[in-house]
Design a protein around this ligand. Structure first.
Ligand code: SAJ
Length: 418
């Protein structure tokens, strides 16, 4: 059995490796020659637990090969990015070019699956018309559908196998054929539906999370004003059996939560009100944190120095896409604050520090921006000697307040009023 996967990123690569180690002959396709060459050498450019081991095994066994062009196969998976344009609409260029690319390789009986997160109607109105150019009858000679990925960066391989999956076909026959393909490695339930329903499901899953984070961020703002601690409210309210408040923070990043809700707004500008407002609320958080920082630094004269711990969009990964912390840094620098960034997960050209102590040296404020595990036990004694003023702002309720205060620091928490 042969499979061709177009797009060797966060989703395409793990999926390719999974099929390859389950006996498929997989041809991975990427327009980026560097990615293709690296893969053929068994190298992985993404930081994701165990992915390198799986990919190496697949490449060494000869079951996974990469190229810049597609290859004839029994099934095709499109896993290219769907980024957002300046005007917050979906950029479908990569989906279109990937679909066009595979047309010459299609034959009777083949399967085509779109995995990329896409606005409703993409399969019916973009993918199908392109695939019809093959001359094959869609749903009868060529089986087409959408099976959105739902894996969490940092846990991709585990979730690929263990998450339930939605498969939306252009017809029932297509959905069934796609389900049988994923059954090879999916150890959970696979539900069949229409392509358009599957598209909406995927976007709504991420929107659900985004809306709930917005609610938590609004609570954080309200609590700062009210003089209470939002984290206590969340902890105690969540003791209710039907309440699950999310966590506030300096913003929502990543290529999914910060993007997908806009695709629903794009197609439903009049109706998607809560969805839009939630996006705007979450987008306001870097500015809110920067104002809080300004308040803390108010009485310190001269040019202030702030050390930011963590720059990625979430903990324990190297992914900086749409990270709200990069925006926070820009806002602070615009206010003439000297910013030092310390993040051992990322190689930052401008910010090379041998240790956290060096990164905090001369600083007026230390901001915990990303809750990487490595920041759990900070060397507070040494940091307190290195810093000019002993201030710590925790934006994730991650650090130990008592220990920080014991070292003589002023401790500030996002979402806690003074
Ligand atoms: N965040 C908060 N508060 C929270 C939870 C998260 O501020 O309570 C922030 C994080 O700091 C981060 C952002 O949200 O900046 C997104 O992180 P995440 O861990 O919630 O999700 P992603 O973007 O890494 O992955 C999401 C997942 N979707 C859902 O959980 C509904 C994943 O399952 C999807 O496969 C992925 O999007 C995707 O590719 O669409």
């Amino acid at each position: 059995k042969k499979l061709c996967v177009v797009g060797l990123g966060y989703i395409g690569l793990p999926t390719s490796a999974m099929f390859a180690t389950h006996g498929y002959q997989v041809y991975g396709v990427d327009v980026n020659k560097r990615v293709v060459d690296a893969l053929n050498d068994g190298k992985v450019v993404i930081e994701e637990p165990y992915l390198d081991i799986l990919v190496q095994a697949a490449v060494r066994s000869g079951h996974l090969k990469a190229d810049t062009k597609p290859h004839e196969a029994d099934a095709f998976i499109i896993a290219v990015p769907t980024p957002m344009n300046e005007d917050k609409t979906a950029d479908m260029r990569y989906v279109i070019s990937a679909s066009e690319m595979i047309v010459p390789y299609l034959k009777k009986g083949d399967i085509v699956i779109l995995e990329s997160t896409s606005p409703t109607g993409t399969v019916e109105n973009i993918l199908v018309p392109i695939l019809e150019k093959s001359g094959l009858k869609i749903g009868e000679e060529l089986f087409v559908g959408h099976s959105p990925e739902r894996v969490l960066p940092g846990k991709i391989l585990w979730e690929l196998v263990n998450n339930d999956r939605i498969v939306g076909g252009v017809n029932r026959e297509s959905a069934k054929k796609i389900r049988d393909l994923y059954k090879i490695f999916v150890n959970a339930e696979i539900f069949l539906t229409t392509a358009t329903t599957a598209e909406m499901c995927k976007m709504m899953e991420n929107t659900y999370r985004d809306v709930n984070i917005a609610l938590a961020n609004e609570l954080a703002k309200i609590c700062e004003k009210t003089g209470i601690n939002a984290w206590d409210v969340i902890e105690f309210a969540n003791k209710h059996p039907r309440v699950n408040l999310h966590q506030p923070g300096p913003g929502v990043g990543g290529h999914c939560l910060a993007v997908d809700p806009w695709f629903i707004v794009e197609k439903n500008p009049e109706l998607a009100k809560i969805i839009r407002l939630s996006r705007e609320t979450n987008e306001s958080m870097p500015e809110f944190v920067s104002q809080k920082i300004n308040g803390i630094l108010e009485d310190i004269k001269g040019v202030n120095t702030v050390t930011i711990l963590g720059i990625t969009y979430k903990p324990n990964i190297d992914d900086m896409r749409e990270s709200p912390i990069t925006e926070l840094v820009e806002l602070l620098e615009k206010q003439n604050i000297n910013v030092k960034i310390y993040d051992p997960h990322v190689d930052l050209e401008k910010h090379q520090y041998s240790s956290i102590v060096e990164a905090t040296s001369g600083s007026d404020l230390l901001v915990l921006a990303v809750n990487h595990d490595i920041f759990k036990n900070l060397p507070l004694g040494e940091i307190s000697k290195a810093m000019k003023h002993k201030n710590i702002l925790d934006t994730r309720n991650f650090l130990d307040e008592e220990k920080i205060k014991d070292e003589g620091f002023n401790y500030y928490l996002l979402g806690k009023g003074e």
